[in-house]
Design a protein around this ligand. Sequence first.
Ligand code: ATP
Length: 199
Amino acid sequence: MRRIVLFGGTFDPPHVGHLLMAQLAFEQCDCDAVWVMPSPTPPHKADQPVTPYETRREMTQRLLKGAEGLVLCDVEARRHEPSYTVDTVRILQQAYPDTEFQFLIGSDSLRDLPSWHGCEELSRRIRFLVAARSEAPFRETYQMVRNVLPHLVAQALQMPMLDVSSSFIRERLNEGKPVCGLVPDDVLDVWRKHVEATR
Ligand code: ATP
């Protein structure tokens, strides 16, 4: 049975935290690949401006370049409806019956899982691998979410806490401040080109 870890996100912009969690998931899950899926229309970010999909896709592609086992997957962009994770997972499981999928997620997103469209079905369909963030300690968050979604199965990713987020980076970039070490330079080039083109 092939094993694939799915890693969905907005990646606006993608950063070192995303890269580290994907790399560690690849190593720790004994899987064939991690498929990184930028969401074309992130349902939980509908109330805020999001950088166009193509720009986030290009940045994500550059972030993953040269990293073993990490592959960009644009399955969500090929659909025309909002990209609900439950639909993506169902479609992939039907398309690849010989593959066992797991879903990589940050603990802040795990905490919000009960508000996701189709969360009950999603929790029955797939196991979660969770990277802890300081605002949502793994054990407490898992217990809390399991009270609502009793079929949820999640396991902690062994990863040092890396408190970096795309919103922190966007804030600094918008203020013209450096983001050294948080986003690789060739990823930042794509971001800067997009900002110049839309100015
Ligand atoms: P934003 O600050 O805009 O919300 P983000 O940094 O959380 O962005 P997303 O693209 O929304 O980035 O994240 C995709 C997934 O990766 C989410 O499940 C999120 O919780 C997780 N994630 C992102 N950064 C980290 C990190 N530093 N540590 C653990 N999980 C993370």
